[in-house]
Design a protein around this ligand. Structure first.
Ligand code: ADE
Length: 325
């Protein structure tokens, strides 16, 4: 199996050879290079554990997957999607970075950025709602990251506050790319920027299972429910749901079961709570649009009045996060 080899990151280690000479060796990191701490999170197919690199003392979150379970449940493809996607998205502060992958007899390991602040959902629950300033800041960081992902030909397809982590500076990092879709070819973006990237031989966008994937009920786009097809605009639907949720304290479409939630989504059946800021309401109404082709494109979202005062691009990531209130 070539899983171990592709995209492997190596570490340099200084060693003394038989002649007493110091030589640099490239050595792949492995389980023994880390000391493992407490469990950070658990999913259906993985456990994320805090770990420290024994040499550098850097902290990481290591996602551990049980190989037998992955194979038995036919999730090998998704594990590869996650790895390939993360290896494609290494150049942005808003994405959880993958440093190393390795395996032992029993498990696969993904060595990822440790996000000390935990999930955005947890922070939101503690605060119950965010004010406009916080929503603008976190919303801007999330949107800037979606923009980067889309330019690199990746649709996340399961954006939600559980998949948005916060680092020690309270900056957002998007995680969980196991259900992402890598687009094979891309049209030049309307803004004429150099978003064109020939995507190499990965054959996963052809996969029926990947295409028929349904994310988390509350954030699923109507086109996924009606046409079983997700596109870049599907991530912007989820973004609209998240902006609504940060200000309202609950997602716009929520019912007692998934089926009823889906009915609300395809019927655009949601209401703003009283006191919801009107400029934010206008933005959400332009995102929660049933026809994905008529949803506000990223460049227009950035220019929407709600994001007035945001300096897009690199400086967004140098900014101090507003105090939560
Ligand atoms: N839970 C899941 N992934 C995590 C990460 N990268 N950092 C902190 N907590 C997590």
């Amino acid at each position: 199996e070539d899983w171990q080899e592709r995209g492997a990151t190596v570490a340099v280690r200084q060693e003394i050879d038989a002649n007493g000479k110091t030589v640099s060796r490239y050595i792949k990191k492995g389980v023994r290079d880390f000391s493992f701490g407490h469990v950070l999170g658990e999913g259906s197919y993985s456990t994320v554990v805090l770990a420290t690199d024994r040499q550098t003392l850097n902290e990481y979150a290591i996602k551990i997957l049980d190989k037998r379970h992955i194979i038995k449940e036919k999730k090998v493809k998704y594990v590869n999607i996650e790895k390939d996607t993360l290896n494609r998205l290494t150049d942005h502060l808003g994405i959880v970075r993958l440093y190393y992958t390795f395996q032992d007899e029993r498990s696969l390991y993904f060595v990822l950025d440790y996000c000390k602040g935990g999930e955005l959902l947890g922070v939101l629950k503690r605060m119950s709602t965010f004010d406009e300033e916080c929503t603008r800041f976190y919303g801007a960081q999330i949107l800037d990251t979606i923009d980067y992902m889309h330019r690199r030909g990746v649709i996340h397809r399961d954006l939600k506050p559980e998949n948005i982590l916060l680092d020690s500076q309270m900056h957002t990092k998007i995680t969980d790319f196991g259900t992402a879709k890598i687009l094979k070819t891309q049209k030049r973006p309307e803004d004429g920027s150099n978003g064109v990237l020939p995507i190499d031989s990965l054959d996963i966008s052809q996969d029926d299972r990947a295409n028929s994937f349904v994310g988390t009920a509350e954030y699923v786009s109507p086109e996924l429910l009606t046409d079983k097809n997700a596109c870049k605009a599907s991530d912007l639907w989820a973004f609209g749901c998240i902006v609504f949720q940060l200000l309202a304290g609950r997602p716009p479409f929520k019912a007692s079961n998934d089926f009823l939630t889906f009915q609300k989504i395809v019927g655009l059946d949601y209401e703003f709570p009283t006191g919801f800021p009107s400029v934010a309401r206008d933005l959400v109404e332009r995102l929660l649009v049933l026809d994905p082709a008529r949803r506000l494109p990223i460049e227009h979202i950035k220019n929407h009045e709600f994001f007035d005062g945001i300096a897009w691009g690199r400086s967004l990531w140098k900014q101090k996060a507003p105090r939560l209130k």
